[in-house]
Structures are given as structure tokens and as C-alpha cells.
Write a protein that binds this ligand. Structure first.
Ligand code: SF4
Ligand code: SF4
Length: 383
């Protein structure tokens, strides 16, 4: 069901205007990490050179983050996503920040590798949704793919997942737990196992992402070894089982919508800048999590978030996205992770404009009458 702000975002997108704040604001809080996942763009040991921002410890200043949260409260933002170019719970003011956002009444999504200290459990349980990056159920493979040096971390992640799931039962299903499974040539054979485990454990959502290898060793990608067909066949076999339909996943959603397990880019238009704002480690505001160092609309250390959100610069970015310019200009857009969201918006805006042009009116909005649903949070896979 669309709320009033979602309607305003959609109408704004159709009329090339901005009528309210974003639905979600994502913060990249720190670049410190206790893992070296092989598929990580920031900390992978396979990177030829570490990106400049990963060479020394950087954190978003707490006061600047608080100012943005204050603006978010006034802009009717629904959800704050706490993320990082590292492990989010290692942000030095993590507990204070969660408490501050809660006091403002905004919902929180946390992206983590699941290694948070036991002393942080009560803070972590205050968030509404948690996405945990987990690429294998095998302790030895975990060491190779994620923790790099220690297999003990595997036990710590598994224990934390169990603690969260036990707490969920007492807290009306909160926090909602998503497992983010990055698919590589090293772990694709575990696909049926991860589905079975997610179901057994009571995980709410399984998000399977194909690894993007541009900056890393192509050997890790499925394409390099011609394994895509094998992975596809495994998913076909899995889709014939009851289990596949029992656990909610992006793979099932895509398959039900298009008969494909993964979306095929490029998107026709990009509407992210009407709905989402990402704030990078340096304080830059950008609509895209995949290419956060491009499409920069301003910086929260120099200007208020509210001013950036309503700025001419961000409107130019919105219009470039809407009229399909990113796909032609940016190579990254061909690998867009937000394809379903953008496709759904593209159709909704087209229908809305068609209904407006034919003078349709009434109590229900034209989008509601056309039976189209608003783009869901799940349509935006976390980058
Ligand atoms: S936990 Fe996240 S940030 Fe840390 S190395 Fe792994 S993918 Fe990168
Ligand atoms: S990658 Fe996707 S979300 Fe990002 S700018 Fe390109 S089309 Fe938009």
C-alpha cells in the first residue's frame, strides 16, 4: 500500500518535480573491517591496489550524521540504512547513533557481517531489519572467502544469527533477517544447501547476488569458468522443489515475475534519486550505491542535507536518470542492482502520465486503478 509520501514521490517523478523527501537514506559510516571477503570491492586481498579511501581509517563525523537525521525527520524519510565500506557495527558511535535514530521514530536497517560483539546485542536488537553478508555454511570455506585468517569468526556469526532469531520470536518478528549470499565460482554449489538452511533457521529473506568482478580476479566470477549455465540449471532443479517457494528470495521474486532468476540490465530509466539518498564516507550525497563516487549532488559537511535534496544539481541527476542517460554513459549501470525497482517505476510513471493525459480522475489514484503496486523495499537490493 502506497502511503502519502510514496504517492508524492511517484507524482513528482512523473512531473519532473520533487515534492517530498527520500524514502530511505543510506549512510556509509566507516571503512574499518574485521574481514577480507574475496569479493569485496574495498578489502579483498585480490585487489591490485587498495582504493585510496581504504588506506587509512575514515568515519563519517557523528555530528554531521545527526544533522542529516534531523533533516530526515522533517523530510518524512521512512528508513535509515546503516551501512559501511567495512563492518557497520565498528563505527565508534554506533550505539549512540541507533539510539538517536530511534528517538526520532525512524525505522533502521543494518548491514553487517554478523560479527558484532555480544555487548552490542541489545543495540542491534533495536533495529527493524538486518542484512547479514554470509557466503558459505562451511567453516573452512568461510575462512577462504570471508574472514581470511580465522575460522573462529564463523562460529561467532552463526551464534549471533541464532541469538537474533531467538529474540525475534519474543519481539513480534523483529528484526527482520535477510541473508545476503554473494554468488561466486567458489560457492555456487552450495545454493541448494543455503536455501535449505535459510528455511530451517527461519530466515525472512535470502538475497542472492551475482558477484561483480570488474575490480577483482575474474576467476571468482561465474562467467569466467562458464559456470553460469550450471548455476542456472541448479536453480531450475531447485525451483521444482517445495523448498524454493517456502523461503522468500529475490531469485524466487525474479523467477515469478520474468521467468529469469537474475535481472537483465540495463534499466530503461533510473528513478533512485526520487526515493533514495546515499551518504558516502566523505559526506557526499548520491542516489546510487553501486557508483557512490559518481553522480555527487553535494556534501553534508558543507551544506545541509535538506538543501542538497532540493538542489538544482540533484534535480539534474534525477532527470538524467529518468531520461535514460546513465545507461548510455555509465558502464556500471549495465550491472544495475536496482533493475526491478527502476522497471516498476518506469511502468508506474508511464501509466500515471497516460492516465493524466486522458483526463482520468476519481477518488482512487490512476496507479491504484491500474492495479500497479508501489515499488517495494525488496526491489532495491542493498548495494
Ligand atoms: S564484511 Fe563487507 S566490507 Fe568487510 S570485507 Fe566483507 S564485504 Fe567487505
Ligand atoms: S547503477 Fe542503477 S541505480 Fe545506479 S545510477 Fe545506474 S541505473 Fe541508477
Amino acid at each position: 500500500m502506497m502511503d502519502i509520501d510514496d504517492k508524492l514521490r511517484l507524482i513528482g517523478a512523473a512531473k519532473d518535480k520533487i515534492l517530498t523527501g527520500p524514502q530511505k537514506v543510506v549512510f556509509l559510516l566507516t571503512n574499518t573491517c574485521n574481514f577480507k571477503c574475496v569479493y569485496c570491492w574495498h578489502h579483498s586481498p585480490l585487489l591490485k591496489a587498495r582504493p585510496p579511501y581504504a588506506r587509512k581509517k575514515i568515519e563519517l563525523p557523528f555530528d554531521a550524521v545527526k544533522r542529516v537525521i534531523d533533516d530526515c525527520y522533517h523530510l518524512n524519510v521512512r528508513n535509515i540504512q546503516l551501512a559501511a565500506r567495512g563492518e557497520t557495527t565498528l563505527y565508534s558511535r554506533f550505539t549512540e547513533l541507533v539510539d538517536y535514530i530511534r528517538r526520532k521514530g525512524l525505522t533502521i536497517t543494518l548491514l553487517t557481517n554478523g560479527t558484532f560483539q555480544r555487548s552490542l546485542l541489545s543495540t542491534v536488537l533495536k533495529v527493524d531489519a538486518i542484512d547479514i553478508n554470509l557466503a558459505t555454511l562451511n567453516p573452512e570455506r568461510f575462512k577462504e572467502l570471508q574472514s581470511h585468517s580465522s575460522a573462529e569468526m564463523f562460529d561467532s556469526v552463526q551464534t549471533n544469527i541464532r541469538l537474533l532469531l531467538n529474540s525475534k520470536k519474543r519481539r513480534r518478528g523483529k528484526p527482520r533477517l535477510t541473508i545476503v549470499y554473494v554468488l561466486t565460482s567458489q560457492n555456487y554449489l552450495e545454493l541448494p544447501e543455503i536455501f535449505a538452511w535459510a528455511y530451517r533457521m527461519g530466515i525472512d529473506y535470502l538475497s542472492v547476488k551475482k558477484m561483480i568482478c570488474d575490480k577483482l580476479d575474474p576467476c571468482l566470477g561465474l562467467k569466467y569458468h562458464h559456470l553460469e549455465r550450471k548455476a542456472h540449471n541448479m536453480l531450475i532443479s531447485l525451483s521444482r522443489t517445495k523448498l524454493f517457494k517456502k523461503i522468500r528470495s529475490n531469485v524466487l521474486d525474479n523467477y515469478s515475475a520474468s521467468g529469469e532468476f537474475f535481472d537483465s540490465p540495463p534499466p530503461p530509466s533510473c528513478y533512485n534519486a526520487w526515493y533514495y539518498a546515499n551518504i558516502t564516507l566523505k559526506g557526499n550525497v548520491t542516489p546510487c550505491a553501486l557508483i557512490p563516487d559518481h553522480l555527487i549532488a553535494g556534501n553534508i559537511l558543507k551544506k545541509s542535507f535538506k538543501d542538497i535534496w532540493f538542489s538544482k544539481k540533484l534535480m539534474e541527476i534525477r532527470l538524467a536518470g529518468k531520461y535514460g542517460l546513465f545507461g548510455r554513459r555509465c558502464k556500471a549501470c549495465r550491472q544495475c542492482l536496482h533493475h526491478r525497482f527502476n522497471l516498476s517505476m518506469h511502468n508506474n510513471v508511464r501509466l500515471l502520465n497516460k492516465a493524466r493525459a486522458s483526463g482520468a480522475s476519481g477518488n482512487k489514484s490512476s496507479v491504484q486503478r491500474s492495479g500497479h503496486r508501489p515499488p517495494r523495499q525488496d526491489d532495491l537490493i542493498h548495494g
